[in-house]
Ligand binder design. Structure first.
Ligand SMILES: [Fe+2]
Length: 160
């Protein structure tokens, strides 16, 4: 069933919406692991990391809405169902239970780093397909890189 007609040719739409859907899964997953770490972090750096994690969650949620709506605008229904996230999400994630502050920083640095690598692949993939989608992906990548930097800056060599 085609409800919303795309303004893009078929192949450009396919490439763009695959990049948007994969980004949606990563962002929704990041918002979940960010909250998981927010609730479970323990240690002397609890307070700063607890609040920093909510910044990641807020950014991930905001941008997940943007990419989902971009997919819809291009005529492809976004899929943010829990079962889809559970099946597809594959970024590094915290283990179950309490999470040491140093471990929270490590896992979020890794998760954001892996997400950024994928975002840069999608930026390349959408270069010819759709510059508007690519522009969104670039904006989101800048935000993820800012968040990753703020976690990495907490890792003082020899202290974690
Ligand atoms: Fe909270």
């Amino acid at each position: 069933m085609t409800v919303v007609r795309s303004t893009l040719p078929e192949e450009a739409r396919r490439v763009s919406c695959e990049a948007l859907q994969d980004t949606l899964v990563d962002l929704l997953g990041l918002s979940l692991i960010g909250k998981q770490a927010h609730w479970n972090v323990v240690g002397p750096r609890f307070r700063s990391i607890h609040f920093q994690l909510d910044e990641v969650v807020s950014a991930a949620r905001t941008h997940s809405d943007t990419v989902a709506e971009r997919a819809a605008a291009l005529g492809v229904p976004p899929d943010g169902r829990p079962e889809t996230i559970a099946k597809v999400f594959s970024l590094p994630a915290p283990k179950e239970g309490w999470l040491r502050d140093t471990e929270a920083v490590r896992v979020m640095t890794e998760a954001l780093g892996a997400a950024i690598t994928r975002m840069r692949e999608r930026i390349d993939a959408t270069e010819k397909a759709d510059l508007v989608t690519q522009d969104l992906l670039i904006t989101i990548t800048a935000e993820l890189e800012k968040q990753r930097w703020m976690f990495e800056a907490e890792n003082v060599p020899g202290e974690s």
